[in-house]
Design a binder for this molecule. Structure first.
Ligand SMILES: NC(=O)c1ccc[n+]([C@@H]2O[C@H](COP(=O)([O-])OP(=O)(O)OC[C@H]3O[C@@H](n4cnc5c(N)ncnc54)[C@H](OP(=O)(O)O)[C@@H]3O)[C@@H](O)[C@H]2O)c1
Length: 282
């Protein structure tokens, strides 16, 4: 299968590239090949690749950047997605879109399912939801909502924290921000499985279980043999961030199970593998 991966130089793109290129003919669509906000650049690049599937992971994942500059957030996350969708339609390609738990309101106390109503309180969440709506206009599409990502290839919540603690610094994280952690390598492998099976639809996709950012950082420090007391938990409201974080964004993987796929392993197991892959911290 010929697969184009947008955002291939990013955190999730790294995992997607690694996993998909083991079995398929993969073309990395980085910003230097095509700025997704430029329709003609996207058209030229995708026509050259002629993919059967576009895995669309490019975007601005930073909530504070989107909140500070909504026009930029919508330009990349929505209009960029629409550009990909329109060219995919012309080429008869299917699109797998990487979306986010940020489409929910964060007020639930139990994991959100794929059929729960969306009501994003942030600009970022609204840009991702509009992206989903654009992708849904294609007959052949998948939407994968992932959550706090960690994995190889690029700085992320877990790796950044461990490096700080190893350098003797504190790592200040939110105690009241709960979600479903996602190991990029596991999520990419599951996307590959679902795409190969051509089971189109909307899927929640993370490692199993729900944890706060504090739980995640503490567990990572423990697994790395570092001083977990260096992880300092604070309420999100005291973190001085521009965009409000969702208090609760746990996701239930109902669609995945209904389609006959097993959900990825529990987050603690995936985290152990990732921390191990980073090598010794002491
Ligand atoms: N990180 C998370 O915790 C998280 C959680 C839920 C959902 N997501 C979603 O997952 C996807 C991947 O996130 P990530 O964490 O891997 O982000 P990332 O590391 O920032 O990667 C995003 C990639 O998109 C590229 N990009 C940005 N603007 C572009 C443009 N105008 N044209 C072409 N490429 C552009 C970036 O290129 P450059 O390298 O050149 O900047 C980057 O390589 C995003 O759609 C995000 O919304 C992420």
């Amino acid at each position: 299968m010929r697969v184009a991966i947008s955002g291939a130089a990013g955190l999730f793109g790294h995992g997607l590239l690694q996993v998909f290129s083991r079995q398929h003919e993969v073309f990395a669509l980085t910003r230097s090949e095509a700025d997704i906000t430029k329709a003609e650049a996207v058209r030229t690049a995708l026509r050259r690749i002629a993919p059967e599937v576009v895995v669309h992971s490019a975007g601005i994942p930073d909530l504070d950047i989107c909140e500070a500059d909504p026009a930029k957030g919508f330009l990349v996350n929505y209009h960029g997605t629409r550009n990909i969708v329109e060219v995919a339609r012309e080429l008869g390609a299917a699109v797998a879109y990487v979306s986010s738990d940020a489409v929910f309101d964060g007020k639930s106390q139990t994991p959100y399912t794929e059929t729960d109503p969306t009501l994003p309180p942030t600009v970022y969440g609204r840009t991702k939801l509009r992206g989903e709506q654009a992708v849904k206009t294609l007959p052949a599409h998948w939407i994968f909502r992932v959550s706090v990502l960690f994995g190889p290839g690029k700085a992320n919540f877990v790796g950044k924290g461990l490096r700080k603690i190893a350098a003797g610094e504190s790592y200040v994280v939110a105690v009241d921000q709960v979600g479903s952690a996602t190991y990029t390598v596991d999520a990419a492998a599951k996307i590959l499985e679902v795409v190969e099976a051509r089971r189109y639809g909307l899927y929640h996709l993370s490692n199993q279980g729900v944890c706060s950012r504090y739980d995640l950082a503490v567990k990572a420090a423990q697994l790395a043999g570092l001083d977990a007391d260096k992880v300092i938990g604070k309420p999100d409201a005291q973190m001085g961030r521009r965009a409000p974080r969702l208090k609760y964004a746990g996701m239930a993987m109902v669609a995945l199970k209904q389609a006959g796929f097993s959900p990825p392993r529990p987050w603690q197991e995936a985290l152990a593998e990732y921390v191990e892959s980073l090598g010794p911290f002491r």
